[in-house]
Write a protein that binds this ligand. Structure first.
Ligand SMILES: Cc1cc2nc3c(=O)[nH]c(=O)nc-3n(C[C@H](O)[C@H](O)[C@H](O)COP(=O)(O)O)c2cc1C
Length: 477
């Protein structure tokens, strides 16, 4: 199935109109807002492009950044986006999503400091000044997607059937599987605080307390059926994030800023139908197991609680938000609209532009509910390829977003901003084409390290080679 068939912006506009999305996805060809700087408290961010957190699954087994990590970050640094939102980095060994995920601790600290320094040096080399470049790191616990064993906040009758305790034997979570204890969570709060301190020492300017993509802190937001201090009503479900933010503030003050990437709409798991197209799994109503959904129809967002959450965080001093949605494990089309599905996915059940519009709409709604000095970064732009800058400009102009976040397109085309500055446009032959090979590499575990590194297969020869090796060795396992 081919969705993206747009040679000219007018072709894309035509399809957007045909899909009746033209009140949400707009384009402005006269670029100016994207180049404007932005104030972040006393800091300055030099332009409106942010590199989203993009894990390369390329750390050492003990969680240090390795050769490919440095390469990726330096390319982001040189590229010219003025905010780099560092990737998922675990705060505890057992919370890593894969054996090569970064892990911040005292032993690894100096390597993270080197990562920051090298990224800034790469930026300075091309752009001269790095005083308006902001770099942060995403702190996480992978919860039910931790690679050693799942850590679940509550039993989700739908998602438990898709969460493996033994992938080889295809064994999923049984009903007697334990949930994480309140005690574990309380200690984990301190790990986040400890890592925020380490991040400050490493030279990061902000820490993201990650609450997205159905990892542990996202699941806490959805824990309506959990009993005890961390479950049930909104106040209990946000206890963890409140405690972490307050403890960081009291222990480090304003020396490191606190940010959060938040799922504003978890949606439901999807599986393949007989033709390979995605369809929602069967689910009970009311669906009380997800965040930001209408319980009577969980395919529909309900932003009541996400808005409450961002307002609460803002009142605690959090001013940097990155808005996301969905789960990479069970509904990848929600978070990252694609042309070709990942191998463990399904054909898009909706035109990918519908997914792009959902991102734009929900992000604008969140932004509308925050004060002017809150920075809201949007997601979902990569599907638009080289036209993304025109959609970004339109969104900025209408005040629907503060910065344009780029995920897959930053992997494919890290130097996009150099071209944009020089030529006034992006190069169509360098952009991400959303064929999901980065996700396929991420899902490939059959090498001696238990994880292949990931990057852009069609646009980066380093990863084309890794992909080929991965495919060849696939036949051997
Ligand atoms: C290979 C890969 C790695 C990713 N790593 C992270 C991550 O570490 N943290 C995170 O919040 N999101 C991660 N994401 C999601 C992206 O940041 C982004 O939300 C998603 O790709 C959609 O944005 P895009 O359309 O610009 O690609 C990853 C996505 C991919 C494909």
């Amino acid at each position: 199935m081919r969705f993206f068939n747009f040679k000219k912006l007018d072709d894309l506009k035509f399809e957007v109109k045909h899909l009746k999305l033209d009140d949400v996805i707009k384009f402005e060809e006269k670029l100016s807002k994207v180049f404007e700087p932005l104030k972040f408290d006393e800091l300055k961010i030099g332009n409106r492009f942010a590199v989203h957190p993009m894990e390369g699954c390329d750390g050492t087994l003990d969680g240090k950044p390795d050769e490919l990590t440095f390469r990726r970050w330096e390319r982001f640094g040189a590229g010219g986006a003025k905010l780099i939102w560092g990737e998922a980095t675990s705060v505890v060994e057992e919370g890593r999503a894969n054996p090569r995920q970064l892990f911040l601790n005292e032993k690894n600290l100096k390597y993270f400091a080197e990562l920051v320094k090298k990224t800034r040096d790469a930026h300075k080399k091309i752009w001269g000044d790095d005083s308006d470049l902001i770099i942060g790191i995403q702190l996480t616990h992978s919860g039910r997607w931790s690679y050693q064993k799942p850590f679940i906040v509550f039993h989700n009758p739908v998602v438990d059937k898709l969460t493996f305790i033994d992938r080889k034997r295809r064994t999923t979570i049984p009903s007697e599987y334990p949930t994480v204890s309140d005690d574990y969570l309380e200690k984990l709060e301190d790990q986040f605080v400890k890592c925020a301190k380490l991040a400050y020492e490493a030279g990061f300017q902000f820490v993201d307390i990650k609450q997205c993509h159905t990892y542990l802190l996202n699941e806490l937001l959805a824990g309506k059926t959990r009993s005890g201090r961390y479950g049930g009503d909104f106040s209990n479900r946000t206890r963890f994030i409140k405690n972490v933010v307050e403890k960081i503030k009291s222990e480090i003050g304003n020396r490191i800023k606190i940010a959060s990437r938040i799922n504003v709409f978890d949606c439901l798991p999807f599986i393949k139908d007989d033709t390979g197209v995605g369809k929602p799994v069967e689910y009970p109503i009311p669906y009380v197991y997800a965040f930001g959904v209408n319980e009577e129809n969980p395919l529909e967002p309900d932003l009541t609680e996400p808005i409450k959450l961002v307002k609460l965080l803002y009142s605690l001093g959090v001013k940097l938000f990155n808005i996301s949605m969905g789960s990479p494990y069970y509904n990848p089309h929600i978070g990252r609209p694609y042309e070709t599905p990942p191998w463990d996915g399904y054909i898009q059940p909706e035109h990918p532009l519908v997914g792009v519009a959902r991102h734009f709409k929900l992000t604008a709604e969140i932004k509308k509910n925050l004060q002017e000095d809150a920075i809201v970064i949007g997601t979902g732009y990569s599907y638009l390829r080289h036209f993304l800058v025109y959609a970004g400009e339109a969104n900025l102009k209408e005040g629907k977003v503060s910065m344009i976040g780029l995920g897959r397109s930053a992997l494919a085309y890290p130097d996009f901003f150099i071209d944009l500055k020089k030529n006034g446009m992006l190069n169509p032959s360098k952009v991400c084409i959303t064929i999901s090979h980065c996700t396929n590499l991420m899902r490939s575990k059959h090498n001696e390290l238990g994880q292949f590194p990931t990057g852009c297969v069609p646009r980066d020869t380093v990863y084309a080679k890794i992909f080929k090796e991965m495919k060849n060795s696939q036949n051997l396992v």
